[in-house]
Design a protein around this ligand. Structure first.
Ligand code: NI
Ligand code: MN
Length: 225
């Protein structure tokens, strides 16, 4: 089995260390719960952005430039990054898979909104296939029944799911998402950053019960598979 380490950087930001190092939704500047600063995020090969909102696009462009990383996002967002000086971009869209340096990245649906400085672009999620492990980052989304398809087609063993409510799924919806996706492990995200999305991750863990192993990470904490 290949080594896979998932580090939670706060909010919806994760650094996944494996054959390649992948950074997802690095919202660090202005994030009161961020565990690191953008200039301290090093050795990143691939930057993924689920949608254009500031708490996801965040520091992705500056980090991609500083690390000479491949920037992967919805077509319009990737092209915007290119216009901002990012050297390597992989524009894609929902249902597509791109192979970036041996890592297979599939873009999935998300039910949300998304605009940004460069215009508008549909929101998305990602399944990242590292070989022995597949990680699903749902992005910002409500639950939708075709999450079951994501489980059937890509069989992610780890799901990163929002539970904060107001802008995304709440605990009740996220439990339903676990039922539909059936991952082995779930890491809750997108809660607790601000009072408006305060949630108790252990209430979520209790509600999921034996369906999956819910791993609660505080910003800066990580788990290795
Ligand atoms: Ni959003
Ligand atoms: Mn968000």
């Amino acid at each position: 089995m290949i080594y896979l380490k998932i580090e939670f950087l706060g909010h919806a930001a994760f650094k996944i260390t494996s054959k390649k190092n992948v950074l997802i939704d690095p919202f660090l500047t202005g994030n009161p719960k961020a565990s690191t600063k953008p200039e301290d995020v090093k050795d990143i090969d691939i930057v993924l952005v689920t949608h254009g909102h500031g708490d996801h696009l965040g520091d992705s462009i500056s980090i991609a430039k500083a690390n000479d990383a491949v920037f992967v996002a919805m077509f319009e967002i990737a092209n915007y990054a290119k216009s901002q000086g990012v050297g390597k971009t992989e524009p894609m869209n929902i249902g597509g898979t791109v192979d970036v340096e041996g890592i297979k990245i599939t873009m999935t649906n998300a039910t949300h909104s998304s605009d940004f400085a460069g215009g508008s672009a549909n929101p998305a999620g990602f399944v990242v296939d590292f070989g022995d492990h597949r990680v699903y980052h749902a992005g910002d989304t409500g639950v939708f029944y075709s999450m079951k398809l994501i489980g059937e087609l890509y069989a992610p063993d780890v799901a990163l799911l929002p539970i904060g409510s107001r802008y995304t799924m709440d605990i009740r919806e996220a439990v339903k998402a676990v039922e539909l996706i059936m991952p082995k492990f779930v890491i809750p995200m997108h809660y607790g950053t601000y009072p408006a999305i305060e949630q108790d991750p252990y209430e979520f863990k209790n509600a999921v019960g034996d369906l999956a192993d819910v791993i609660v990470l505080m910003p800066g904490e990580s788990i290795t598979f």
